[in-house]
Write a protein that binds this ligand. Structure first.
Ligand SMILES: NC(=O)C1=CN([C@@H]2O[C@H](COP(=O)(O)OP(=O)(O)OC[C@H]3O[C@@H](n4cnc5c(N)ncnc54)[C@H](O)[C@@H]3O)[C@@H](O)[C@H]2O)C=CC1
Ligand SMILES: O=C(O)[C@H](O)CS(=O)(=O)O
Length: 494
């Protein structure tokens, strides 16, 4: 099979939406011009961001550290009020944020609005969580003393985020850090940095102390992390991105024994049983695969379908994929936007060709477009073999790779045959089977008849080589807290 591009019409950007996005970009205070930021749908340069060196990064550490001294002394109510104000300001700018996300990352405007809802939910959750009383008073088992436990801010946190959810990955880290009383230095991906700059600008407008959140962008992220993670003022690192980079950051974090949160790569299995509700399984798989154009660490990567339902399922899924409108995320009705860069598109061609060469059947898609943008068609491959690259690698794109199975035990064994353990999915109308399979999956997250399991109220994170720690819910706050205890001697006074 050869790499093909087709001249099928792509949806173009709506002029008013482009003007809206570019007006937001103009409103962002970018301290200097260094690195070009491109629109993945058109290859246009839409902004230039600072290219900070080590000196500027360490200066940011100093500013955050200084601002953090007062923030650590703030009352829980003060922290909550500021986070509520930031939430309100973000929500008030939903359209600005959504247009900006679409412009710099490529996702359809409707999905970008969904990300704004998801990302702001983290700020609201930690505004509410900030005042939750934590700690307790207990007696030692043998008496004679009491134990008081309390929580304190872990200290200056370095946050490093990926390009695929430019707002949500930033707020999922900044909000709990602030709620716990910590200052932050955040380094967003240089592919999609503008949303972080804008969101932090809105935070300062809402009353977050000006120097408490420092944003650093740099073309040399390795030098950045080697400098800041070895700085004694830094006490925490929280990273979302690929497992190889996570390993490197953990090596650096080990030097000063930093508290570390790692949200890393995935290879999610999605299992459809014969007793699944067909429509529910197709809808859930469509969402789990095509959300964010498949560029999600929890995206359905290996789709296992039981023999009895497989023909109907694959035909229905292929029909859904074939109907997805492809084009500029700022266009009317776009269902799948541009992928983040041309390397991603080339990778989709390689994955498709490799799978078909090894025996897979291409049911729909499998091609790119004659365009300056990074487009690849929604693709469904059936009868994928286990030695195919798509069966072993994190696809991170709009390719549904379907494999068939016969027994429940076989499906679980194959699903767990990976070093990753972030998310998994199971579709069945049998409650016992759903919970038995969920219990057996070696993942931190399971979607049961549900293709989008993420929620600000849930402790998001992986096991095995998909990461350490959790983000979201009350567990996400503990990542930024030290738990301490006082042992108080007691004696009778009456
Ligand atoms: N577990 C999760 O929640 C998520 C995991 N990911 C994973 O991330 C990958 C795709 O996202 P990418 O941004 O391409 O990942 P990436 O790991 O290449 O980059 C992520 C961030 O780390 C920075 N970075 C890279 N090398 C660094 C270094 N040596 N020191 C400091 N920072 C460094 C990048 O500039 C970016 O800001 C996939 O593997 C995906 O599974 C992506 C999103 C969420
Ligand atoms: O970047 C990702 O893939 C996210 O962590 C997945 S989610 O939390 O947005 O669902």
């Amino acid at each position: 099979m050869t790499i093909t591009n087709v001249a099928a019409p792509l949806i173009t950007a709506d002029a008013a939406s482009l003007r809206h996005a570019d007006a937001v970009i103009q409103s962002i205070n970018l301290p200097s011009q260094g690195i070009a930021v491109q629109d993945p749908a058109t290859a246009e340069t839409i902004a230039h961001i600072p290219d900070a060196g080590v000196e500027a990064a360490l200066e940011a550490v100093g500013k955050a550290d200084a601002a953090g001294a007062d923030w650590a002394k703030s009352s829980l109510r003060q922290r909550a009020d500021v986070l509520h104000a930031w939430y309100d300001n973000l929500v008030a700018h939903t359209e600005d944020l959504a247009h900006l996300i679409s412009r710099e990352m490529g996702k359809p405007l409707a999905e970008a609005r969904g990300e704004v809802k998801y990302g702001t939910d983290f700020v609201r959750w930690y505004a509410e969580e900030a005042v939750r009383p934590a700690g307790n008073f207990r007696d030692t088992p043998d008496g004679g003393a009491s134990l008081l436990t309390r929580r304190s801010p872990v200290g200056l946190a370095v946050l490093i985020t990926p390009w695929n959810f430019p707002l949500a990955m930033a707020t999922r880290k900044i909000a709990p850090a602030l709620a716990a009383g910590c200052p932050v230095v955040i380094k967003p991906a240089t592919l999609t940095p503008l949303t972080t700059y804008f969101a932090v600008q809105l935070a300062i407008e809402a009353g977050v102390p000006e120097e408490l959140i420092q944003v650093i962008t740099t073309s040399n992220s390795g030098a950045f992390s080697e400098a800041v993670l070895l700085d004694p003022r830094v006490r925490k690192v929280s990273f979302t991105g690929s497992t190889p980079v996570g390993r490197r950051l953990l090596e650096l974090a080990s030097r000063n024994v930093l508290r570390s949160s790692m949200e890393l790569g995935g290879n999610a299995p999605l299992i459809v049983f014969n007793d699944a509700d067909l429509q529910r399984a197709v809808d859930g798989t469509f969402a789990a695969k095509l959300r964010n154009g498949g560029q999600s660490c929890i995206g359905a990567n290996r789709i296992y379908v039981q023999d009895g339902i497989a023909d109907d399922f694959t035909a229905a899924l292929a029909e859904r994929f074939a109907q997805v409108p492809v084009g500029n995320g700022l266009g009317q009705g776009t269902g799948l936007g541009a992928l983040i860069d041309d390397r991603a598109v080339a990778q989709m061609h390689t994955y498709t060709n490799n799978a078909v060469t090894l025996g897979a059947t291409l049911l729909t898609g499998g091609h790119g477009y004659d365009s300056a943008g990074n487009f690849f068609a929604p693709t469904v491959l059936d009868h994928v073999t286990e030695d195919s690259d798509v069966a072993k690698s994190e696809i991170f794109g709009p390719i549904a790779a379907i494999q068939r199975f016969t027994t429940e035990t076989e499906a679980i064994t194959r699903a767990n045959a990976t070093e990753f353990g972030l998310a998994g999915y199971v579709f069945t109308e049998n409650l016992d089977r759903a919970l038995n399979v969920a219990d057996s999956l070696e993942t931190g997250i399971v979607g049961i008849n549900q293709g989008v399991p993420s929620n600000a109220g849930a402790p998001f994170g992986g096991i095995k080589q998909s990461g350490l720690g959790r983000e979201g819910s009350s567990e996400g706050l503990e990542e930024y807290e030290n738990i301490r205890f006082y042992n108080v001697a007691r004696r009778a006074t009456a």
